[in-house]
Design a protein around this ligand. Structure first.
Ligand code: ZN
Length: 288
């Protein structure tokens, strides 16, 4: 019985009127901007699917040689949407991978199915885009925001940027796209995850998690200059070069580690749901 499909739990999406992602091409550079600044660019599914569409558009356009990913407003991204009026995790979108509709799945299977597509599957595809990508990060880059910065080949941050993955407070071992053990040295990754504190851009720069730090007012200019330079390189060379490093990361266990932790992540969601009736909450259950 418990394995049977259930009535789809479709939500009425409460969409904002604007585009959740904006797309503009300037010369050889596509500028893709997260565009829910009123919610610090919290990522709902509407935004995630729009982002996937924007990346597709940039890949299909042969005049685009370099892709920039940024966020409009004060912050790059506050992470996955866990509470705005536009939260739409029970809405079924036209899926990009061969995953089933999650909204008619019972128990833990629903979230497991959805996160395979929107948080793990899409991020992996974006990491493999055959054009160089630059993350342009200002303000907060939290949890799901980290995933979007990390899938890019280069990261340029403003001096007010900070990085944080506080989900241990929810009883969860890091965000779904678990690249922490590759982006950060292991001891720093443990502190980052266990304590969940903000890491200033200057600290991230010390161990090479980001390529450049610039004053906030110079951020766009710096990224534009870097993108213009990359655009002069051979198209295939750019693809092969980024692929070479991604391949080395995969040989070092990037993919298998992420698969393993994704399942711990979902064990934690399921435990929260069983104990607290809420797959996200964890703090309330800390004594149980
Ligand atoms: Zn999750």
């Amino acid at each position: 019985m418990s394995g049977d499909l259930i009535e789809p739990r479709e939500q009425e999406p409460n969409y904002e009127t604007g585009d959740p992602v904006t797309y503009a091409v300037e010369g050889p550079v596509a500028w893709i901007m997260l565009n829910r600044p009123q919610y610090s660019n919290a990522q709902n599914s509407q935004m995630t699917y729009a982002l996937d569409g924007a990346f597709r558009q940039a890949v299909d356009d042969d005049s685009v040689r370099v892709i920039v990913l940024g966020g409009n407003g004060k912050h790059f991204s506050a992470g996955h949407d866990v509470g705005t009026p536009g939260r739409d995790n029970l809405v079924s979108f036209d899926r990009t991978g061969l995953w089933p509709n999650h909204t008619n799945r019972p128990g833990a299977e629903a979230m497991y199915t959805r996160e395979h597509e929107v948080y793990l599957g899409m991020c992996r595809r974006w990491r493999d885009i055959p054009k160089p990508t630059i993350a342009m990060v200002q303000g907060a880059c939290i949890a799901g925001g980290l995933a979007l910065a990390w899938i890019c080949d280069l990261i340029v941050a403003s001096d007010d940027a900070f990085f944080q993955d506080p989900v241990n407070r929810m009883g969860v071992p890091g965000v779904e796209y678990f690249a922490h053990g590759f982006e950060l040295p292991p001891r720093i990754a443990k502190g980052f995850l266990l304590l969940g504190e903000r890491m200033p851009a200057a600290r991230a720069y010390q161990f090479g998690m980001i390529n450049e730090i610039v004053p906030r007012e110079a951020l766009r200019e710096k990224v534009a200059a870097m993108a213009a330079e990359l655009a002069t390189r051979p198209r295939l060379g750019n693809w092969l070069t980024k692929q070479a490093i991604n391949h080395v990361e995969d040989l070092r266990g990037h993919r298998t580690a992420m698969d393993a932790v994704f399942h711990m992540h979902h064990f934690a969601h399921a435990q929260n749901d069983l104990v607290l009736d809420d797959p996200l909450s964890g703090l309330k259950g800390q004594s149980r």
